[in-house]
Ligand binder design. Structure first.
Ligand code: MN
Length: 732
């Protein structure tokens, strides 16, 4: 097949999956958009070597087939990279296809202009996309389709781009897809992310699941046979499919429960999707099927999930139960009507299709969308905080609580009485003084549980306090509280900048971003404005900042291992290949930079790591580190590949004997000092306490006596330490 033919056949396939009932006129519009995009991207190829136009076609196909979107979305998907990658502008699109499609394409175009080093282009682009949500949720749906196709074709990207894109997907796109009810896409995004982030673990789990379902296929037949008979006898029209848990969900479970894959017993599930009989309500029929199954098998009482009476916030409706199969094996059974199934698999688009048909799930989803729009409308904060707060609203763990009159409210897990108050009304939140939960008096910081009945107590005298921000988790509550302080904040910000500049002048520091970076890093702030504001409000003292700036830069580096940049592309990173010159801007910037280990996750040799280059320094995180995943999604263009290598340093064993007055945290203080010391490696530690006096001996490896003496000095400096001596019989 020639290139031209393969493009045409991909497009023909797209045309064959358009929504049924697409008019001839609309079909012509789509053909026109395709011709236009093909011309615009002419001569451009993707990394995989394919003509570029295949990507927009694939995105349009996902939008039409897997999400169920209509003509305008298909056209926007075909055009989604035209403005970004070619000379055409949004105005050109508006002239050709009208304002609606132009605004969709605009929402899909990443931010073009170059911004300062502090701003994350990705976070800004994402914020822009989300703001478009207020106008049209289709932008996000197409963006998800775009991301899905990029993930499906990720293999052709370089190793560190893979890690970057996978991290971003896991951080924001998969939860977003989940929140919008796109279950099938969410699962695929998660599995693909895992495949690139932890390829070995992915492989092991994937193989295990495959073997498992093969081994159990006989058992499964024995299990479903009687269910089929029962359903048939009762005149149900249905499909029954066997499913295994996704690789990612198994991996998550292993991480959370700290078990091996053999410890996960509910790998297999059976899904029943039935055509509802017209004369009975769907809900009734679900429970009837439930009863037909439990006539055969014993259910596990605590594993019944009724998402029919109260659908999930993403609109999901189904009845789940876990029963014991013929050989004592647990099986999960999911019961859904056809309508419920379509909403579960295709989310929003299906949800709108069934709107007004009394689907309980659609109200939940509408409420969530309204909530997001409201939170977005109130946002003035920076793109990064925006992303974090938005992310909070994506948590799929949620609780359902009730007003005194019995109205249900859905809130994220960990929500407090104060979140609930703001959920009801801004004024109720602003004047909240506490609450009654199940008729018991509680403070407003009280965390709610599912099923709680909550009454908010208010007072005219009350006004929002800064500490309230620590008690709320919803973006809505946060943004309302911050609104109150915004004026005050601007003032504090101005004062803080003055104070900081004063310090820099006083200490005669270079007038560049270096001092600021140092302080931000020490206090673990990501945003300089927060630092200034804290200074301005005296939450952070001038003295603390000065102390930090005077301190010598500590190097918490691992001793006999070291990190080095891994410029080699793709899989051929095995030993023997020399370092290649950096390929892009971030790498070039990082080439001469200092490498430090991130304090949040403290990777050790052997961990899968990733480097993030910022402000002339490369911070190395574990790939699993949530902070790293967050940073990767926001500063994806700053990712540099690093790996652990063994460094040959000659070292000598030495033993230190120490004693002092015992106090809380003594041992950890000593070990912290040792681990921070450059060129020192801890071998063994032994501590004993008798009658308030402690004694310890520590064996270390050092490079020289200089290192050892400095270490002893630093231990002596700890409060409670009376004596530190070196034993001459080192290797005892
Ligand atoms: Mn694209």
């Amino acid at each position: 097949m020639t290139e031209e033919e393969s493009v045409q056949s991909a497009f023909d396939e797209l045309m064959s999956v358009l929504r049924p009932g697409t008019t001839e006129e609309n079909r012509q519009l789509i053909v026109r958009a395709f011709e236009f995009a093909k011309e615009a991207h002419k001569g451009t190829i993707r990394r995989s070597g394919e003509p570029y136009i295949l990507h927009p076609i694939a995105v349009a196909r996902i939008a039409a087939k897997e999400i169920g979107l209509g003509t305008k979305s298909v056209i926007a998907a075909l055009l989604h990279d035209v403005v970004e990658d070619t000379d055409y502008t949004v105005e050109d699109i508006a002239n050709l296809y009208g304002p609606k499609i132009a605004s969709l394409v605009d929402g899909l175009t990443k931010i073009g202009e170059v911004m300062g080093a502090d701003t994350s282009r990705q976070a800004e682009s994402f914020r822009k996309m989300l703001l478009t949500l207020a106008d049209d949720v289709r932008v996000i749906l197409i963006k998800i389709a775009d991301r899905l196709h990029n993930m499906r074709t990720l293999a052709s990207m370089s190793l560190h781009k893979q890690v970057k894109i996978a991290g971003e997907t896991l951080y924001i796109y998969a939860p977003l897809a989940n929140r919008l009810g796109l279950h099938a896409i969410k699962t695929e995004l998660e599995d693909l992310s895992l495949k690139y982030e932890h390829p070995d673990e992915y492989q092991v789990i994937h193989e295990k699941i495959t073997t498992y379902s093969r081994e159990y296929s006989d058992l499964l037949e024995r299990f479903v046979g009687p269910i089929r008979e029962n359903l048939d006898a009762n005149g149900y029209v249905y499909t029954m499919t066997a499913r295994t848990k996704s690789v990612y969900s198994v991996w998550m479970k292993m991480q959370k429960q700290n078990v091996t894959i053999d410890g996960i017993y509910d790998l297999l599930a059976v899904r029943i999707v039935f055509d509802p009989k017209p004369e009975q309500p769907e809900k009734w029929q679900c429970w009837n099927i439930y009863s037909l199954i439990t006539d055969l098998y014993r259910p596990k009482p605590e594993r019944i999930r009724d998402w029919i009476s109260t659908p999930k916030a993403n609109g999901y409706e189904a009845l789940h139960l876990t029963v014991m199969g013929p050989a004592g094996q647990w099986f999960e059974v999911q019961i859904r009507s056809k309508r419920m199934d379509e909403i579960a698999e295709r989310g929003l688009a299906a949800h709108w299709k069934y709107k007004g048909e009394g689907a309980g799930g659609s109200q939940e989803l509408d409420r969530w969308l309204d909530g997001v729009k409201e939170a977005l409308a109130n946002q003035e904060s920076g793109a990064l905080e925006f992303l974090d707060e938005f992310k909070l609203n994506l948590f799929d763990k949620e609780i359902r609580v009730f007003t005194p009159k019995g109205h249900m409210k859905t809130l994220p897990k960990e929500s407090s009485v104060l979140d609930f108050a703001y959920e009801i009304h801004t004024e109720i939140g602003n004047t909240c003084i506490g609450g009654k939960v199940n008729h018991k008096l509680v403070p407003m910081s009280h965390r709610l549980k599912s099923g709680d009945q909550v009454e908010v107590l208010t007072s005219d005298k009350q006004t929002p306090q800064k500490e309230w921000l620590e008690w709320v988790v919803t973006a809505k509550a946060k943004s309302h509280i911050q609104d109150v302080f915004r004026k005050d904040y601007k003032e504090a910000l101005r004062e803080g900048i003055e104070i900081f500049e004063g310090i820099v002048r006083e200490l005669k520091l270079p007038p560049n971003s270096e001092p600021l970076r140092k302080v931000l890093e020490h206090f673990r702030w990501t945003n300089k404005d927060d630092l200034y504001a804290a200074l301005g409000r005296k939450n952070l003292s001038r003295e603390e900042v000065i102390r930090e700036l005077k301190k010598r830069q500590e190097n918490k580096f691992m001793k006999f291992w070291t990190l080095r940049f891994l410029w080699n592309d793709n899989k051929d990173t095995k030993k023997g290949k020399g370092e290649r010159p950096p390929a892009d801007e971030a790498e070039a910037e990082a080439a001469g930079a200092e490498i430090v280990v991130a304090p949040c996750c403290n990777p050790i040799p052997g961990d899968d790591v990733v480097g993030i280059s910022m402000g002339g320094k490369v911070t190395v995180h574990k790939r699993k580190c949530p902070e790293a995943i967050r940073l990767m999604s926001s500063y994806g263009d700053k990712i540099v590949p690093v790996e652990w290598v063994k460094e040959q340093v000659i070292s000598f064993p030495a033993t230190l004997r120490m004693s002092g007055i015992d106090r809380v945290g003594m041992v950890s203080d000593v070990t912290t000092v040792i681990s921070k010391e450059n060129g020192v490696n801890m071998r063994t530690v032994h501590f004993e306490t008798k009658a308030g006096v402690w004694e310890g001996s520590v064996q270390v490896y050092v490079r020289n006596t200089g290192d050892l003496n400095r270490l002893m000095e630093n231990i002596r400096a700890l409060p409670g330490v009376r004596e530190v001596v070196r034993l001459e019989t080192a290797d005892s």
